[in-house]
Design a protein around this ligand. Structure first.
Ligand code: ADP
Ligand code: PAZ
Length: 548
């Protein structure tokens, strides 16, 4: 294909995958709100994703919807910039920026309610505020995980004519947790003795961690990185154990009711304490008199009828027994692997302060303060979120850097995968590229990219500070950018051998394409050779290739 002339005013992206943009993502609503939506302020593509995690107890949905609030000053600025650029999104004359991730749960036993909800919002068709996003070949799919993705696949086919595209449950749990930890501020927190504190995640020092998911049962994964994890153990004593035994003991079935009951309970009426056995502390081995020596141990010790035990006390005793058991397994596993952080997920936690305090206390006690228990505000949606992220095959780091690339791609009108016309002259690229990023690194990468391109577009000298020792790795950012040869030609005015292109990753799997491009075309100045007053602020691109 040749480089066509003439401005093309809109982008028909029917052949390109809509992308998720998590830059600037933030939780909406107060700190105590349950299952709050996550705002994606910079989402410009129409994504129609619905993902579902059908677990042993609960079915969790994550879906995206547009929001129409453009009162925000920033949004207005971005919109007018895109309008100026003549960029459109699908059939719209300009992209509506922003949207929300929504989180909803249903009882798996009442799956029909979930199906009705999907139907009422047309989520299987892309949502009521979106176009019909079913694939033209009729093979519409919804990403799904959890055991029910297998068990109930036919139900979805019958009701909606869609197939469930099954994603591995453990992979989804880990992907969901990594997404929340890396991309969502005020998501992770500690909870000790009634005190909740949000944790600032250090992206360079977070792995490995242990992910303990307390759903119907318990799964324990050792997480070493994105997509790098191992399910190390599990336990059949989990959330559904609490529901089952609590029902047998108290005749209450509802989880919320059971938690309410436990708030009024006193487990000392049911549990046998160290003090009941020793008459006081057993200090030699560090056990205080109030430590539970044996859960439910008092029941047959006293000559009372079962009916004499109050549901409140039984519910609390059970909650403590299960929480401590899981904490202990988690601690032992963390110790075995030398891990210092345990992230607890699953709906058994359910934002319940007392449960979190028990778990934190137990981890602190067993680890002698060496291991930290952490919780997540979307703790029950890890699997569904992971399935949602799996629409984006390149992975989380790409998503976090993606918007930087995407906005550049927007500069070149793109029709059916072909490039029409030269790159736009100066579409305020610094403002576009540098404005976002969910971390400092992303901003730095964006700045670097902006400098490289402005240098190219303006035919001026390119300033690329180089540091092979920098921890910033541009690879994920560039990897998600896979232009074809024509596009490269239109941008750089030079021809490239196929071997330089992304698809041929065997040639040089870790060499950033942009490094090749820049080396081919531009003057590169070493950062250390610049005079102090010449050094750009915050512009950091680590292209180790140039050091050689
Ligand atoms: N509304 C609820 N109904 C039933 N169980 C709940 C509810 N809220 C929290 N739970 C607890 O959460 C557990 C299910 O957690 P979840 O992470 O959804 O697991 P699963 O994927 O196995 O369904 C239940 O077994 C129960 O202990
Ligand atoms: C089988 C499961 C992965 C299903 O996940 P869930 O629906 O409980 O979230 C989980 O219940 C589990 O890991 N159970 C413990 C099995 C074991 O390792 O003993």
């Amino acid at each position: 294909m040749g480089v066509a002339t003439g401005a093309v005013k809109s982008i028909n992206r029917s052949n390109s995958l809509p992308k998720l943009d998590v830059s600037g993502a933030a939780i909406q609503g107060g700190f105590e709100e349950r299952d709050p939506p996550i705002l994606l302020p910079n989402q410009s593509d129409d994504i129609s994703h619905l993902a579902i995690d059908i677990g042993g107890t609960l079915t969790k949905l994550v879906y995206f919807s547009r929001h129409a609030d453009h009162s925000n000053k920033d949004d207005k600025r971005k919109m007018s910039m895109k309008e100026k650029l003549g960029i459109s999104n699908r059939n719209r004359s300009y992209p509506i920026l922003g949207g929300q991730l929504h989180f909803v749960k249903f009882e798996t036993q009442k799956l029909n309610e979930c199906l009705d909800f999907i139907s009422s919002k047309q989520l299987h068709r892309g949502g009521i505020d979106l176009h019909d996003c079913n694939s033209p070949d009729g093979n519409a799919t919804i990403k799904a995980t959890g055991g029910g993705a297998y068990k109930f696949a036919d139900l979805f086919k019958e009701r909606f004519g869609v197939s469930l595209d099954k994603e591995d449950e453990m992979g989804c749990l880990v992907a969901g947790a990594n997404f929340l930890l890396k991309a969502i501020p005020d998501e992770a927190f500690t909870h000790m003795k009634g005190h909740k504190e949000f944790v600032q995640i250090d992206h360079n020092d977070f792995f490995p961690y242990l992910l303990v998911t307390i759903g119907s049962g318990v799964s324990i994964n050792k997480v070493d990185g994105d997509g790098s994890f191992q399910r190390v153990t599990g336990s059949s004593i989990g959330g559904r154990t609490y529901l089952g035994l609590a029902w047998l003991l108290t005749k209450h079935k509802s989880f919320d009711e059971l938690l309410e009951l436990s708030k009024r309970g006193d487990n000392r009426n049911v549990d046998m304490l160290v003090g009941d056995i020793y008459g006081g502390d057993y200090s030699k081995i560090g056990l205080s008199s109030s430590t539970i020596a044996s859960s439910f141990g008092k029941v047959t010790y006293e000559s009372k009828e079962p009916s004499a035990y109050k549901p409140e006390d039984l519910s609390l005793s059970l909650l403590r027994m299960i929480s401590y058991n899981i904490s202990q397994i988690s601690h032992s596993t963390a110790r075995d692997y030398g891990i210092k952080r345990i992230v607890f997920g699953g709906f058994f936690i359910c934002g319940h302060a007392y449960t979190m305090d028990m778990i934190s206390d137990a981890i602190d006690y067993w680890s002698k303060g060496q291991v930290q228990a952490m919780f997540l505000r979307h703790e029950g949606f890890l699997g569904a979120l992971g399935a949602f992220m799996s629409y984006e095959k390149p992975g989380l780091d790409d998503l976090m850097g993606h918007h930087l690339v995407e906005r550049y791609l927007l500069c070149a009108p793109y029709v059916e995968g072909m490039i029409h016309g030269p790159p736009l002259g100066h579409p305020n690229e610094n403002a576009l590229v540098s404005e976002g990023g969910t971390d400092d690194n992303a901003k730095g990468r964006g700045d670097g990219f902006a400098h490289a391109f402005s240098a190219q577009l303006g035919r001026t000298r390119c300033i690329l500070p180089l540091s092979s020792s920098s921890s910033i790795n541009p690879w994920p950012l560039w990897r998600s950018w896979s232009p074809n040869k024509s596009y490269l030609h239109s941008l750089f005015g030079v021809s490239f051998k196929t071997s330089f292109l992304w698809s041929d990753s065997t040639v040089h799997p870790y060499k950033p394409l942009v490094a090749v491009l820049i080396k081919e075309k531009l003057d590169v100045v070493r950062f250390k050779e610049l005079a102090v007053d010449e050094k750009p602020n915050g512009c950091v691109v680590c292209l180790g290739e140039f050091e050689n």
